[in-house]
Design a protein around this ligand. Structure first.
Ligand code: CP
Length: 346
């Protein structure tokens, strides 16, 4: 979305297919550059504010590392550490942060919080997961898929099957894969499919993606739909932060949807396993699959950093374009030095 003349990263659906592919390939190019020993100082002097209403490992660490590697700095604003939504409205928090830092990310409980924050901010706001979607995860997942395409296949030739509960990660994966013209299946139990979830609004967007970009979407409890998968993806059975149902109930509802060797065997030869993590081993995935040669979930976690670098560089490009020239910087230095000298300040 755009607000206050700034482009925010709230939903990948706000970006064209070309823009999404630009972000993915930019992320991969920066990864290549850093691996080769050149850390481009594209975020030099920039400060990222990291608002977390919930806990996180991958998102927090990857954002902070991305800023550091590209010459910037990150401030952790964890649960209860700032006034957001307590003593200060979301809108006022956004206006204040816009005066103090260059870019902000927020992991929120309710999607509307990050939307409201973006509406009030005059710096880019990045959605670091809400109850509706997880768009930074989407970019990292696509980087992993691009790096591991089956031999001779293009993105649009691939079938991605998400197995289990229709979490916000499932919704996000469905949106980005169909935006990239891919074939997406959600194999999950009735009552726990996207239309039953807080992300139900994504269905209309997925339909439009398929019409525009030629991909396909299927939501089903038929195990046969897993057949021919190039990538099998899963997520926890109870949402990321609190269990919505007791373990016995989870196992009863989702037990048939565990990603184990038997389910993986339905995929194509060379089918890869993905998981956004954290995983509840023994529930949605067995150790045997998570730790197998087919598992990409550790590379996928590494590509959270790949994605954060690309996204931060992409969203702050207008700030770099407006940076003062060397002449303007020299004039500012001279002016400050003269002021201090005139008043005898060292
Ligand atoms: N996948 C993911 O978002 O992980 P964290 O909750 O640890 O950030």
């Amino acid at each position: 979305m755009y607000a206050n003349g700034v482009r925010h990263f709230i939903d990948t659906q706000d970006f064209t297919q070309k823009e999404i592919l630009d972000i993915i390939y930019l992320s991969l190019e920066i990864k290549k550059s850093i691996k080769a020993g050149y850390n481009p100082p594209l975020l030099k002097g920039k400060t990222l504010g990291m608002i977390f209403q919930q806990s996180s490992t991958r998102t927090r660490v990857s954002f902070e590392t991305a800023m550091e590697q590209l010459g910037g700095h990150a401030q952790y604003l964890g649960p209860g550490m700032i006034q957001l939504g307590g003593h200060e409205t979301i809108g006022d928090t956004g206006k204040v942060l816009s005066q103090l830092i260059d870019v902000v990310m927020a992991r929120v409980i309710e999607h509307n919080t990050v939307v409201e924050l973006a509406k009030s901010c005059s710096i880019p706001v990045m959605n670091a997961m809400s109850d509706y979607n997880h768009p930074t995860q989407e970019i990292g997942d696509m980087c992993t898929i691009v790096e591991n395409l089956p031999r001779g296949k293009r993105l649009e030739d691939c079938k991605v099957v998400f197995v289990g509960d229709a979490t916000q990660v499932c919704a996000s994966l469905a949106m980005i894969t169909t935006k990239c013209g891919m074939n997406f299946v959600h194999y999950g139990p009735k009552g726990h499919q996207l239309q039953d979830s807080p992300s139900a609004a994504c269905l209309e967007k997925i339909k439009k993606n398929c019409e525009e970009y030629g991909g396909t979407f299927l939501s089903t409890d038929d195990r046969e739909a897993v057949r021919g998968a190039d990538f099998i993806y899963t997520d926890v059975w109870y949402g990321l932060y609190e269990s919505e149902m007791p373990k016995e109930e989870r196992v009863r509802v989702f037990g048939d949807y565990q990603v184990n060797r038997d389910l993986m065997s339905l995929g194509n030869i060379g089918c890869k396993f993905l998981h956004c993590l954290p995983a509840t081993r023994g529930e949605e995935v067995t150790d045997e699959v998570a730790d197998s040669e087919s598992s990409l979930c550790w590379d996928e976690a590494g590509n959270r950093l790949t994605a954060m670098r690309g996204l931060l560089v992409y969203l702050t490009q207008y700030q770099r374009a407006a940076e003062p020239t060397e002449l303007q910087k020299a004039a500012a230095k001279e002016s400050l030095e003269k002021f201090m000298a005139d008043r005898g300040i060292q």
